[in-house]
Design a protein around this ligand. Structure first.
Ligand SMILES: [Zn+2]
Length: 244
């Protein structure tokens, strides 16, 4: 292949990639719009999406985050290749939000059953299954935090104190769902969460919930909190009561 032909092919590939990045809806066959969310998928979208969207809005529209609702596009990839093409992430995450377009990508989703999980086939990843609404609420919170904090501050937090961002997103995603405090404290003591992203995310949520419930912190207090994640875990192992 001569150089000219190679560079023409490269330009075409980049153009295709750019179009998919900016207009991913072009490669999806089905669309379901309700309220402020539009779902895209290559298989028919179950009407249970209405309930999922209503619950997601209940989770994300709260006084703690204090953001006005926006329009969100959610792409139900259901394909490892598609999810990777949109996000460049591997098989484990169940969702991601794009920093440029604010599109939300879900690796694997079953709208009817309200289930989301990573890109690996369902049977192998029972442990990372969670409700679809919790994943969409988590990713929507990422977008809301980016808008609220500004992209520069947000990126700084992701780089240096990611537990705050992920902890707040998890707190929103599971707001109202009880946590087993003793189980969480055992998890900290056993250190089995280390190198286990699913367990680590549970502890991010645990730490942020503790700051909100036991210390009465607001979002600004958490963002500017100076203790490390490890220091909070240490503190949590010695508490007698979780609430104020
Ligand atoms: Zn996240």
């Amino acid at each position: 292949m001569n150089k000219k032909r190679a560079s023409v092919i490269t330009v075409i590939l980049f153009a295709i990639f750019g179009i998919i990045k900016l207009y991913p809806e072009l490669i999806y066959l089905h669309k379901f719009k309700y309220n402020n969310y539009t779902f895209y998928s290559n298989s028919a979208i179950d009407s249970n999406a209405v309930i999922i969207i209503n619950t997601t809005n209940k989770l994300v529209l709260n006084d703690f985050i204090d953001c006005v609702p926006n329009q969100y596009d959610v792409f139900l990839c259901n394909s490892y290749s598609l999810f990777w093409l949109h996000t460049f992430l591997g098989r484990k995450p169940s969702g991601a939000s794009d920093m440029i377009t604010n599109n939300i990508y879900i690796a694997n989703a079953d709208c009817k059953k309200n289930i989301a999980c990573g890109s690996i086939k369902h049977k192998q990843i029972k442990s990372n299954e969670r409700s679809l609404e919790s994943v969409i609420a988590h990713e929507t919170t990422h977008i809301m935090l980016r808008n609220k904090l500004g992209i520069k501050n947000y990126r700084k937090l992701v780089k240096n104190e990611n537990w705050k961002i992920e902890g707040v997103c998890e707190w929103v995603a599971f707001n109202g769902t009880e946590m087993n405090v003793n189980q969480m404290i055992e998890l900290i003591k056993s250190k089995s969460y280390i190198n286990n992203p699913w367990q680590t995310y549970r502890l991010y949520r645990f730490a942020v919930t503790y700051l909100i419930q036991a210390k009465g912190y607001g979002l600004e207090d958490i963002i500017t909190y100076t203790d490390t994640f490890e220091a909070i875990l240490q503190e949590l192992t010695s508490i007698n009561s979780y609430t104020k």
